[in-house]
Design a protein. Sequence first.
Length: 405
Amino acid sequence: MADKLYADISIIGAGLVGSICANFAADAGFNVIIIDKASHKDLIKNDFDGRASAISFGNKRLLEVNNLWDEISNYAQPILEIRVSEEGSNSFLHFDHLDVGSDPLGYMVENRYLRKVFFEKILKKKNIKLLDENEIIDFATENSRGECFLSNSKIIESEIIIAADGVNSKIRKKSYIDVFEKDYRQTAIVTTVEHEKPHNGIAHERFREPGPFAILPLQGNFSSLVWVESNATADRLLKLNSKKFNFELEKRFGNFLGNVKSVPPNWKYRLKLSHAKQYYQKRVALIGDAAHATHPLAGQNFNASIQDISLLVYMLKKKSILGLDIGSIDTLKKYDRLRRPSNDRLIAMTTFLNSLFSTNNPLNKFSRKTGIALVQNSRIAKNFFMNYAGNKETKIPNFSDINIF
């Protein structure tokens, strides 16, 4: 007979999104099992891999209230300004944190440090069980609880299954949830760049015809680079030796930070929009890339994912306090209804900006230059975009202290 384990919540995928969800859910008092095919050693390893994430100011506060920020803050680089420009133009949009307060617009943190902090917390919490080196073979939701069948022959029974297993989510596919997809026909090269001069906490988003070129400040004289090219150009660049690759990098980067060089490894991501047509099925909820994967232009998909988690765990906790079924279809429909409009707006904005700027159409060139001038000269418009980037209106639940009153 198969070994059966019980939990309130099963989380599939122990990446950044799944590990945040596990921490929030455990703090809300739930018993959690989190499952991933990677080994514990690989999940928690602290080797440099060149990848980093932007965290909005609002989500920083959310992590702070729920005891995840203190350790992260040691590795976080504040974003104090954002400069948005078009290649070949001397004008740019300038967003300064001092225009709307004293707090940073956001923070950049290397993913290796986020993994380290999240997993150290997971391993200390008695109500989280990590099942590494395991895959979901199948699952069933016909009964009043969901069942996950694992590759090690174990069965996990829980009230709800949360899919945090990425853009190619097996849970989503097996739930027969349709997805809207769009191929941007672009590739993002992601790497870390070392530069001679300090960045002063300034993030740069440079629009070019092949795609955006984002320079995002890290601690010290380092920045995270998201460099978007056509698929063919990206493939060609990544086949170059380091000397030739750095030559191509310098041509696009410029010399405003002095001499620059890439710090391997380099990563490539084919850019595709993926948006689930619903974020739920019976006893199944989608979060993160399993629900929505957007163009990296705004760097906001991770922040949207944190908001998915925050709302979902908050709703589950409220149901639990009332003694109700946390995996009920009504709860999951409401989660979908409340999160979808925000994600729709993010997807629409990033898709529009990418199509506007990644073209050599003369009409689009005129439109974008006019738009940049209008926003630059409008304090209301600038504050709107800065608040969006900083996400300062985020509601901040403390998951260990939620009540119904």
